[in-house]
Design a protein around this ligand. Structure first.
Ligand code: AHR
Length: 510
């Protein structure tokens, strides 16, 4: 059998992927909201102050769900200050800046409506109360009963927003989080919050901040597992809160051996507690790159803007988002798809600016390398995960940031079927920094008469990136070719590809 042979069974579906797996996250941090998606002064702004170029880009990758308003921001956020005609600017104690509160719940819902995604609201479990959370559910989901639904109506929004997805708190286990809790306190707070929120709207789906930690999760699930539909976990591999120190391509590839570590721990715990069929995982913050915000998640707070504010601008340097980000993100999306029996939702953090896939500037937007990976996966990959494995798997050695030598598979491959047209679509990531690789496809049984093409995201080098007026990373597509006896496409170095195999009988709609 040749090196790197994918053996897959078109007739054996392992699981169907939830559309929410390609979710996104946006936080009131730096230029994500103000100066990002919401910029009434921008020439691109629509009647509600939203940038139409950003909205178009979000629509093109069919954002299914958008988590908001934070992140750390929410742990001192009081939603009532950002609703209604009287908006009170507040000092955001989490990120230590003033928030004008001109973008609040009503604007957020309007944004979700404009791009056609499900809202996913994260509540303040830091300085907030269970009652404040349930008041928020009243405001959003009750028709006309009570002061908060009436307030929504007075503000010009008669129809309930029907917000189905809610997360109680954000990373409340962390020393960096305002109003952090210990595991016992957390279990109790989530229980009382869930009771109040369900008493307002029994239809909502609830998640709560969790992590791949036995003690934390056992307390949480014992205290209120019966109230939860989801548990939320987060992961950034290249942490840069204090130092804006980017992993190299090789170090990033070394991290691809650590893509499902946390997932396996949480899966194990949920299964051990007999909850694996009832509670799903919401991987609602993930990115290779952690955000840069020095001297805030520290005991000694920065005193001058130079110490804690201006460094945040470094998050917006487009040159830093290369093929490492695209290749790593595709490998993680493959991991999420492989675990889609338990992972029902995920959110890339964030979508706009900072480490996001869309960058805004006054004359337009830049679609970074990760954006094209979402375009590829959302618009072309199948939604049914097929049984498949790689035989004669080739590996390479990558040195991680800690100096450890990681033996990493060169290819990351996933077999899927697309329910809309029965196309077989193989995701094939070549992590090799400089050499192309041939992937041999072998199916159980013969493929019907078909044609295939390759859609790829790649760039000249591992350091290729997109910037204002410059596009080194693009989504390219080969012409259709007839499938002959053997199907052995060549994958460019440091590339993300989909092999689309369309039976002649099927109508291709893409
Ligand atoms: O660095 C950004 C922060 O990372 C998010 O606000 C938080 O949820 C995570 O720790």
């Amino acid at each position: 059998m040749p090196l790197n042979t994918l053996v897959f069974r078109p007739g054996r579906t392992l699981a169907a992927r939830s559309p929410l797996l390609y979710g996104q996250f946006i936080e009131h941090f730096h230029r994500q909201i103000y100066g990002g998606v919401y910029d009434p002064q921008s020439p691109f702004a629509d009647e509600d102050g939203m940038r139409t170029d950003v909205l178009d880009a979000m629509r093109h990758i069919h954002v299914p769900i958008l988590r908001w308003p934070g992140g750390c921001f929410v742990s001192s956020y009081h939603w009532k200050k950002a609703v209604g005609r009287q908006r009170t600017p507040v000092f955001d104690k989490s990120w230590r800046v003033e928030d004008p509160n001109t973008f609040g719940t009503d604007e957020y819902i309007s944004l979700c409506r404009k791009i056609g995604c499900a809202p996913y609201i994260c509540t303040n479990a830091g300085t907030g109360t269970p009652e404040e959370m349930s008041d928020w559910v009243e405001y959003c989901n009750l028709d006309s009963e009570g002061e908060f639904a009436r307030w929504r109506r007075e503000n010009g929004h008669p129809d309930p927003y029907k917000v189905r997805y809610w997360s109680i708190g954000n990373e409340n286990y962390g020393f960096w989080e305002l109003g952090a809790k210990d595991a016992q306190e957390w279990g109790r707070l989530v229980l009382e919050s869930a009771k109040l929120m369900h008493h307002v709207d029994p239809e909502i789906e609830l998640s709560a901040a969790a992590l791949p930690d036995l003690d934390w999760n056992i307390h949480l699930l014992k205290a209120c597992g019966q109230h939860l539909d989801w548990i939320s976990i987060h992961k950034y591999w290249n942490l840069m809160a204090q130092e804006n120190d980017f992993f190299s391509y090789e170090e990033s590839m070394a991290c691809t051996n650590d893509l499902d570590t946390d997932l396996r721990k949480v899966r194990g715990l949920l299964t051990a507690m007999g909850l694996e069929k009832r509670i799903r995982i919401a991987y609602d913050e993930w990115n290779l790159r952690g955000w840069h915000h020095p001297n805030v998640h520290t005991i000694r707070q920065g005193k001058t803007p130079e110490e804690y504010l201006l460094p945040r601008d470094k998050n917006d340097i487009n040159q830093d988002y290369t093929m490492a980000d695209a290749v790593f993100s595709a490998c993680f999306l493959n991991t999420l798809n492989r675990n889609c029996d338990m992972v029902g939702m995920a959110a890339f953090a964030p979508i706009v600016n900072t480490r996001g896939c869309i960058f805004t500037h006054k004359n337009g937007i830049v679609l970074r390398s990760t954006y094209h990976v979402f375009d590829l996966y959302v618009n072309h990959l199948g939604d049914e995960i097929l049984d498949g494995w790689v035989e004669e798997e080739e590996t390479m050695t990558c040195r991680s940031r800690s100096g450890r030598l990681e033996t990493v598979p060169v290819l990351d491959v996933l077999a899927t079927r697309r329910s809309r047209d029965q196309a077989l679509v193989i995701a094939a990531v070549n992590k090799h920094p400089s050499e192309a690789r041939t992937l041999t496809l072998q199916t159980e049984g013969r493929l019907p008469r078909s044609r295939f093409r390759l859609l790829s995201v790649t760039g000249e080098s591992t350091e290729s990136y997109n910037d204002i007026g410059m596009e080194q990373v693009q989504l390219k597509c080969t012409p259709w070719q007839t499938v002959t006896e053997s199907l052995c496409p060549t994958l460019a170095p440091h590339s993300v590809s989909l092999i689309e195999i369309l039976p002649d009988t099927a109508h291709s709609i893409s």
